[in-house]
Write a protein that binds this ligand. Structure first.
Ligand code: PMV
Length: 320
């Protein structure tokens, strides 16, 4: 094993789902984009102590790999890489993880942290040759399965490739396409401050789909049609239509029962302040909403969202 004796650092971005969350789990297309300004970072250094030390200073977490449960997210990422590379004993090292992405808020924090660890560790272990985007994405997906139950694969894809993607979950291989963005999409991303756990929301939707299959299939079909139309609208630079499609998607997400009073409130405020469109992003029931804005109205919408109680508002330009 050609071990790196120096520090290795890898990062991965957060993400927003622009169209198609939940329906994407059931094979309908969805559109997601990276948030490059919010990142998770993994730093690996030669260990001063025996064994592997996992450290997440933001969370006050510092433990030996041998002392954490098998289901710990950081440990899972490490074991994925260890198994994939096929080494029995890891060298002594310290893995430090930091993240600017709020946890449990629909911005892909879990997938991003995992992707950063997977990439850094492969390089540290002298297998940077393996650490292609495809490989990092696949290993991140395996960890996501433990955390999300039935993830679609869109989160690991967008945080690893770090490009806006049009994504369809399908066998034998997911359809992952980049697409044209004729005009950058000015987005505001507002946090309700309510934490939401993707696994719980995704399994609630599954139960509802099992209970009323016809209705939910219709809702998912509607989301799929919206995502397809949105791809065209974005490719033409039509912000007005893109915004309208966001509003239509939000209505379907409300019907799916994954919105919340806080999300609906921020959506309404963004629309009153002049946004082209607004919707929840990610699993819902809390977390973040996104609003598509005109450059001239951005400051006004931003202010209105903060005044309406958003915990934070981030501004981002989604580009090709
Ligand atoms: O809440 P997040 O950021 O993990 O996004 C989940 C997106 C879902 O479509 C609800 C689930 C999935 O795996 O695609």
């Amino acid at each position: 094993m050609d071990l790196q004796q120096h520090m290795v650092k890898a990062t991965a971005p957060g993400k927003v789902i622009l169209f198609g969350e939940h329906a994407v789990v059931y094979g309908r297309p969805a559109i997601a984009a990276p948030l490059s300004e919010l990142r998770a970072t993994a730093i690996i250094q030669p260990g001063e102590h025996e064994g592997v030390l996992l450290s997440a200073p933001d969370l006050g977490f510092k433990k030996r790999l041998t002392d954490v449960g098998e289901d710990d997210a950081l440990a899972l990422a490490v074991h994925q890489v260890q198994n994939a590379i096929g080494i029995d004993r890891l060298p002594d090292m310290t893995i430090t993880v930091t993240s600017e992405i709020p946890i449990a808020s629909g911005l892909g924090s879990g997938a991003s942290i995992t992707a950063a660890i997977v990439r850094a560790l492969a390089i540290y272990l002298g297998r940077g040759d393996l650490a292609t985007d495809n490989w990092v994405s696949q290993l991140t997906f395996e960890v996501e399965k433990v955390y999300h139950g039935t993830p679609s694969g869109i989160d690991n894809t967008v945080v690893t490739y770090e490009r806006p993607v049009y994504f369809v979950r399908q066998q034998p291989q997911n359809r992952i396409e980049t697409f044209e963005i004729a005009r950058p999409l000015p987005l505001l991303i507002a946090d309700t401050g309510v934490s939401s756990h993707t696994k719980a929301v995704v399994s609630d939707v599954r139960r509802a789909w099992q209970a009323d299959n016809t209705r939910f299939e219709r809702l998912f079909d509607g989301c799929g049609a919206i995502a397809r139309a949105a791809r065209e609208a974005i490719a033409c630079g039509d912000l007005l239509l893109t915004g309208q499609l966001m509003n239509e998607n939000q209505e379907l997400l409300i019907d799916m029962t994954v919105s919340s009073p806080e999300l609906n409130h921020l959506v309404a405020i963004a629309m009153q302040a002049g946004a082209y469109g607004a919707k929840l992003s990610g699993a819902g029931r809390g977390g973040n909403m996104i609003a598509l804005v005109d450059d001239e109205l951005e400051a006004a919408v931003h202010k209105a969202l903060l005044e309406a109680g958003a915990r934070s508002v981030l501004s981002s330009r989604i580009k090709s």
